[in-house]
Write a protein that binds this ligand. Structure first.
Ligand code: ATP
Ligand code: MG
Length: 750
């Protein structure tokens, strides 16, 4: 039976009873826990804050900058290593293939290089897929949706672990070299986030090492701020777009933003570009020239100019981009649903990835074999020109697109001289690459989405450019490369639907400020058109995973929904002094993570049906209770003997973020009779709302303050209910079969 349950019943539901459930983007997965971006200012916290002097505060502030600096540096080093590895290995790959092709062209042994090509692709992708499917499944894909969820306040298990970074980095190199229709940029952003989480916490759970530094950054809030910096540094390294990086973190992530944080994130972003610049300059033999800003260098479009008359053409291209983007997302969604239903085992996932790798080689070969497009050598700075059936002194331009990494192909379509490709070449390449890219994204390998979208868009953009040039042969502005850039922007905008950051990233990566306006308009229109049909691909993947993410704004049509309808009740609460036995029993039986702490009140005689759960005094989380039990912070009521010394915040930081399960904590029968005083540990000033608060208002509190639990009280401050992120995330304004309306999602325990 499928575990569709009402959200209210979660406590009663034993997770083991629920097995499999149809994959659907209209389910929320109960397994995702929230992060707590609202600091618990309990007595311990206040005590520690009071003892801090000016020097300590300064030291902490300084440490934040130091950490951001290191985040920038390490992210750039990782990005550079990925780049160099891909560059070296693909040079070997294409020279080898070229030599085999050249040798066997005149014979009937052409199948040899084709088989070699298939074997190379499959071999590399096989290792990448094994690393992900058997090693760390969360390393699959670009990682941007996962980082987005993390910054939004949902814990995605293992997402910022060192082992994930390892799988991601090695995996992305192998998959790009394995010829898949992917890019390395998304994974670089994820890598930046992992580096940030690792450095700021001063320890690695993968290596079980604790360096005992930066311990005061061991809270969800601090970690989130650093992860924002890491993601920005990743964008910055990948595209040479430091400002785009900051805006990316702003647009995609942080719910809570302040100037000081923006400044620090910008610093991390700049440090990343600077480090990259240094390494690249050194590699190119001109140390200190510092003129290699980003890895993804689309080539400078510095001489780009446009006239107002071109804007209508760009608008049409934007509409095409939006439509193609929506189609891309639709096909990919259907494929992913199929995948989740039928390709569930790691072995199946590995085999599928290998199949796609082999098919990519086959498709490329068939295009090269059948499409005759010969160009004279020397026009284009091509590295591995393949003659195929062309005359001496010519090369096949279809082969030229395939015989390089996808990034280089984007660059070629942007900058190659106007007559480098026949229309049929770019058209067929665009269609095949589009289909390959839809199939590839979502495979069990690390894979970025930016490059395949840019490349597909550049192909059809260039096709439009060639046509425009056919109509206006003498017009100077009819440069196919420029149209390729517009097509690339439209396609990418149509798929991912980001606007601010993407515009800035593209402007920074192409160095064309004056062309910024058309790019922005194109991205905006592509987003609007795409939004008419479905959502951006990252959002689709987030929803497919059932992550309870909170969007920017509350869903429409919810202002008549009140807290009393959203909240859960009855509420599990604790008294200020509880016996250990009771706490352990509740934690074992109840799945909740947060509990109001109350003063018990007896029902007043004149109110027989009273349904409140006590006078609110504070809230306490499961993890806090676990730390108390683990450290035996309780008192024996008969002897008055304390189980251990009073705890400090360091006890909590030591275990953060891997708190043991209640079953892992050993409590003797005697200890069960002891009493825990929750007052020093609870949050004494939790946010509360009345039962007649509207959903949009509650939503803004959650989104703006990064809350995890919100207590609903009556006029006497007595607890009547509790609201968590999942209670809000289940309301969605969705379109269904053409009509839009408010939907209430169900929970799955899959
Ligand atoms: P997290 O968001 O980290 O998972 P959680 O586990 O406490 O926090 P959810 O899993 O979001 O909470 O909660 C599932 C459901 O249980 C929600 O509908 C929520 O309102 C309800 N709930 C949460 N805490 C309590 C509680 N102490 N008593 C009763 N119901 C609760
Ligand atoms: Mg939960």
């Amino acid at each position: 039976m499928c575990p569709f349950v009402d959200i209210e019943q979660i406590t009663d539901a034993s997770i083991d009873e629920y097995v499999e459930c149809p994959v659907d983007s209209k389910l929320l997965n109960a397994k995702f826990q929230s992060l707590d971006y609202d600091n618990c200012e309990n007595v311990l916290y206040q005590r520690e804050e009071r003892q801090k002097n000016h020097r300590q505060l300064l030291k902490q502030q300084f440490a934040r900058w130091v950490v951001m600096c290191f985040i920038g540096i390490f992210t750039a080093i990782i990005a550079c290593s990925i780049d160099i590895a891909i560059h070296r290995l693909s040079t070997v790959k294409y020279s080898l293939l070229k030599s085999y092709f050249d040798e066997t062209m005149k014979t009937s042994y052409l199948f040899i290089p084709v088989l070699l090509w298939i074997a190379w692709n499959s071999g590399f992708v096989l290792i990448a897929a094994i690393l992900v499917a058997y090693g760390e499944p969360v390393a699959a894909g670009s990682g941007i949706p996962q980082i987005k969820c993390f910054l939004n306040g949902v814990m995605i298990p293992h997402v910022v672990r060192l082992f994930t970074l390892f799988c991601k980095v090695v995996g992305v190199v192998l998959s790009v070299v394995g010829g898949l229709a992917i890019g390395k940029e998304g994974p670089m952003i994820h890598s930046g986030a992992v580096v940030a989480a690792g450095i700021s916490q001063g320890r690695s759970s993968t290596f079980r090492r604790d360096f005992k530094i930066f311990t005061y950054f061991r809270t969800d809030t601090e970690k989130r701020d650093f992860v924002s910096g890491g993601a920005a540094a990743g964008v910055s390294a990948a595209f040479g777009a430091p400002v785009g990086g900051v805006l990316f973190s702003l647009e995609e992530g942080a719910s809570f933003w302040n100037q000081a944080l923006t400044w620090r994130i910008f610093f991390a972003s700049m440090m990343s570009t600077f480090t990259l610049n240094m390494i690249q300059s050194y590699i190119h033999g001109v140390p200190w020239q510092l003129s290699y800003p980003g890895l993804l260098n689309f080539g400078q479009f510095s001489d780009i100019s446009y006239t107002g008359a071109e804007i209508p053409i760009y608008l049409v291209m934007a509409v095409v981009g939006g439509l193609l983007g929506a189609l891309f997302n639709h096909i990919n969604l259907k494929l992913c649903i199929f995948r989740k239903r039928h390709i569930r085992t790691p072995l199946g996932q590995v085999l599928e990835a290998v199949l796609v790798a082999a098919m990519t080689a086959v498709a490329a070969f068939l295009l090269i074999y059948f499409v005759e497009d010969c160009q004279a050598l020397g026009k284009d700075p091509i590295v591995h020109p393949l003659q195929m059936y062309c005359l001496d002194g010519q090369y096949s331009s279809m082969a030229a697109i395939w015989f390089q990494t996808p990034e280089q192909s984007v660059k070629s379509l942007f900058h190659d001289p106007p007559d480098s490709y026949r229309p049929l070449t770019v058209a067929l390449f665009g269609i095949v690459y589009f289909l390959l890219a839809t199939w590839t994204y979502g495979l069990s390998v690390p894979s970025g989405l930016f490059i395949p979208c840019l490349l597909t868009g550049a192909a059809w953009g260039r096709l439009i450019g060639i046509s425009v040039r056919g109509v206006f042969p003498d017009a100077e502005w009819a440069n196919p490369g420029k149209f390729a850039l517009v097509g690339a922007a439209a396609q990418l905008g149509g798929v991912v639907r980001m606007t601010i950051s993407l515009t800035v990233i593209l402007i920074e990566a192409t160095g064309s400020i004056s062309f910024g306006f058309p790019i922005m308009i194109v991205l905006m229109v592509a987003k609007w058109v795409g939004d008419l049909f479905n959502e951006g691909l990252y959002d689709i993947h987030v929803k497919l995973a059932g992550v309870p993410i909170l969007p920017w704004e509350p869903p429409h049509l919810t202002s008549n929904i009140m807290a009393s309808e959203v909240m859960s009740h009855p509420v599990t609460t604790f008294d200020m002094n509880e016996t250990v036995g009771h706490v352990v029993n509740v934690l074992k039986k109840d799945l909740h993570e947060g509990f109001p702490v109350v003063d018990h009140i007896n029902p007043a005689p004149n109110q027989p049906g009273r349904s409140t759960f006590g006078l609110l005094r504070g809230t306490i989380t499961r993890s806090q209770l676990i730390v108390l039990l683990k450290n035996k912070a309780f008192t024996d009521p008969t002897t008055g003997i304390r189980g251990s010394n009073r705890l400090t915040l360091d006890h909590f930081r030591e275990i953060y973020p891997r708190f043991p399960k209640i079953e892992q904590i050993h409590i003797t029968e005697r200890e069960k009779a002891c009493v825990i005083n929750l007052v020093p540990y609870m949050n004494p000033a939790p946010y509360t709302v009345f039962d007649n608060t509207s959903l949009p208002r509650i939503f803004k509190l959650f989104r703006g303050l990064g809350l995890r639990h919100l207590v609903v009280v009556d006029k006497n401050n007595e607890v009547i209910g509790i609201v968590t992120r999942k209670d809000l995330a289940r309301y969605r304004f969705e379109s269904h079969k053409g009509s839009k309306g408010l939907e209430e999602l169900q929970m799955s325990f899959n």
